[in-house]
Every structure is written in C-alpha cells, then in structure tokens.
Design a protein around this ligand. Structure first.
Ligand SMILES: Nc1nc2c(ncn2[C@@H]2O[C@H](COP(=O)(O)OP(=O)(O)OP(=O)(O)O)[C@@H](O)[C@H]2O)c(=O)[nH]1
Ligand SMILES: [Zn+2]
Length: 352
C-alpha cells in the first residue's frame, strides 16, 4: 500500500501527482521528494522520513534531470526511476553566451522576492521576478527588508502593492523575532516557498529566522525521530517548524529571463489591454496618433516606469527568440553538413 497520504501532503504532495500514478504504482510506489541536487545525483526524502542519495545515470538528458522540489517514483534498482510531471517551476536564462534556459526549482508554490529598502528596492526588477514566477505558475510575494534604513517604506510598499501578478507585500526586519509571524500567512504546512533576491538583502538572515536554530541539523527528518540528526549534509529544501518547505537559492545580481511570453502577459495585462485599444495594430506606443498606452501615461493611469520596463522585457524576449532561431539554424546547417560528409564517405567506400 502506498504511503500515508497525510504524510505525503505535509511534504507538498498533491492530487496532480497522485493522478500521474498507474494502478501498480498506486499500490506500491514510495514517492520521494528531491531536497538537494548536484550534477551527478540527488538527495531525496520520502514519507517515512528516510533520506537517501540517488545517483543519476550519466546518460540522463538535461530535460529529465530532477530539480530540487521534484517528485520521483524511485526505481526498484535504486536508480532515479520516474520523474513526475511538475506542477510549477522556476527557470531563468543561464549566464554566459549560450542562450540556455536553466531550470532552478520545481513544484514551488510561492516565491518570496526579497528586496532591501536601503537602495536595493527596484519595482522593475521585482516585475522581472514576477514574470518568471507567473511563467512557471508560481505565486509571488514581495518581502521588503531593512525598513530601519528606508527613507519611505510606506511609499515603497504602495508603489508595488497593486502590481498584477503580485499576491502580497510584507515589510519586515529579518533580524527580529516577529519576522516569522509576518510571513506565517504564506507558510502553511506542506507549502513550498522559494526565496530569491539580490545579494545582501537579508535572505540568509530570514531563512535562519524562519527555520530556527535547528535548521542545519534537522533538515527534512521527522520530528521525534533521532535519525539523521547532527549530519552536516547540505540541503537546498528545508522544512520549517510550521511545516512549510523553504528553498534556499543563491543571491543573484541580475535575473535573465528565459522564454516568458505568458508571464509577461500576466504581469503586464493592464498595458496589453491598453495596447489592444491603440488605433494602429502595430503601434509602438511612441508618438503614434490614437495611442491608448501613451494616453494612459499622459493622464496618470499608467506609470511610465512600468511602460519602459514592459518594452525592455519585450525587446529582451524578441532578442532571445532571434538568438534561439539562429542557434536552431546553425544546428540544422551542421547536421546537413554532417550528412553530406557521411554520404561522401559511403560513396567512397562503395567505390573502393
Ligand atoms: N539594518 C538592517 N540590516 C539587515 C536587515 N536584514 C538583514 N540585514 C543585514 O544585512 C546583511 C546581509 O544579510 P544576509 O542575510 O547575509 O543577506 P543575503 O541576502 O543572504 O545575502 P547573500 O547570501 O549574499 O545572497 C547582514 O549583515 C544582515 O544582518 C534589516 O532589516 N535591517
Ligand atoms: Zn499605442
């Protein structure tokens, strides 16, 4: 019989995963969640509280590599077995020249975008995170830290409160005891939360505050069960005292978006709606007559900053699409060439 559904639910299990199991798996499978991963393997936790490492075959295609947060039906052979389809994901564009999308985490319910009110605060950067979150089906909450260093914390909060795609704004000082209470509405048992933001905004401080002292030693191990205590194994996914799961991600200077057309539409739905009312279908919203977007900026309904950011992100998406098309073209050329060489060789061996 499969594991206790309640224990699984506390780990973030969901009907969307249950419905992916076949009859045999429903009887016997022991679903396990990925709580850490490196290039060669993953660390998983199952509903009995057992934690173990699974090596990935080197032949595993990038698309089949489990991410932190993924659910597996581990194989009987001790291998990774079957990767269940993700409910949500967070992905960005990898650094470097190759326009490769780098998936970061799977099955995240809520993304906390942490910004410091000491000068790090930047609504356009927040919108970038919102686009990424919405693209992957993740809800986003802005967490504004360093209120003690802010010039106008209330003004900052108000300037982002109504952004489409943002579920909430919380202002807190992660060094204080009440920081956990300020976020408790988002941290129900079984909910998976990721924390992202620039370096130095207070993510680690917040993580430690939420997790309490025992974070590094208890990890995902069941309460009241001494197993696994005092290990120093690294984990990316931590269970909090209240039962939510917190994903620790490294700080990043800039977030480069992957393909995110849907996310962009969701976060800038107001501007897209206006653009639909422009007189010209190909209106660039600069100085065209009958431009509904410009009109909204002129009479104060639309923040010009938001318009600039939308246009910037659209241009980025366009460039990304062009680069990807070029890459595909190069790829095709290469294969065409390789086939030609192959044929030439065959003809040669046929003749000799
Ligand atoms: N004054 C003030 N300082 C804070 C606040 N929150 C965090 N800090 C301080 O800011 C510094 C950076 O905090 P961290 O938690 O290390 O930041 P981080 O986001 O984890 O940084 P990375 O690990 O580089 O990504 C620490 O010295 C914190 O004590 C705050 O609300 N007010
Ligand atoms: Zn227009």
């Amino acid at each position: 019989m499969m594991h206790d559904q309640n224990a699984l639910a506390r780990m973030g299990w969901h009907n969307d995963f249950l419905s992916q199991l076949d009859l045999n798996e429903l009887e016997t499978a022991r679903p396990a969640r990925v709580i850490d991963s490196d290039g060669r393997g993953v660390r998983v936790l199952d509903a009995t509280g057992e934690e173990r490492r699974i090596e990935l075959p080197s032949s595993t295609a990038p698309a089949n590599r489990p991410l932190v947060g993924d659910w597996l039906i581990p194989g009987r052979d001790g291998g990774p077995g079957r990767l269940l389809e993700r409910r949500t994901y967070l992905a960005r564009r990898a650094a470097g020249t190759a326009e490769r999308v780098q998936p970061m985490a799977a099955n995240v319910d809520i993304l906390f975008v942490v910004m410091g009110l000491d000068g790090d605060f930047n609504p356009s950067r927040l919108e970038r995170y919102l686009v990424m979150a919405r693209e992957g089906g993740v809800e986003a909450v802005a967490v504004l830290t360093k209120p003690d260093l802010a010039e106008d914390a209330g003004g900052a909060r108000r300037s982002i409160e109504a952004l489409p795609g943002l579920e909430g704004v919380v202002v807190l000082d992660p060094r204080h005891d009440d920081a956990a209470a300020a976020l408790s509405a988002w941290l129900a048992a079984g909910v998976t939360v990721a924390v992202m933001g620039s370096s130095g905004v207070g993510k680690s401080t917040l993580l430690n505050r939420l997790a309490g002292r025992e974070m590094e030693t208890t990890g995902g191990v069941r309460k009241g069960d001494g197993k696994g205590r005092h290990t120093t194994t690294h984990r990316a996914l931590h269970v909090l005292p209240g039962g939510a799961w917190l994903l620790d991600t490294p700080g990043m200077r800039e977030l480069r978006l992957g393909e995110a057309a849907e996310g962009l539409s969701a976060v800038f739905e107001d501007i897209e709606r206006l653009a639909g009312q422009c007189r010209f279908r190909d209106c660039a919203h600069h100085h065209e007559p009958g431009c509904a977007v410009r009109a909204a900026v002129d009479d104060g309904r639309l923040d010009p900053r938001r318009l600039r950011n939308w246009q910037k992100l659209l241009r980025e998406q366009q460039r990304l699409a062009e680069t990807q098309a070029e890459q595909r073209e190069r790829h095709r050329d290469f294969h065409r060439y390789a086939r030609k060489v192959q044929r030439a060789k065959q003809e040669q061996t046929g003749r000799s």
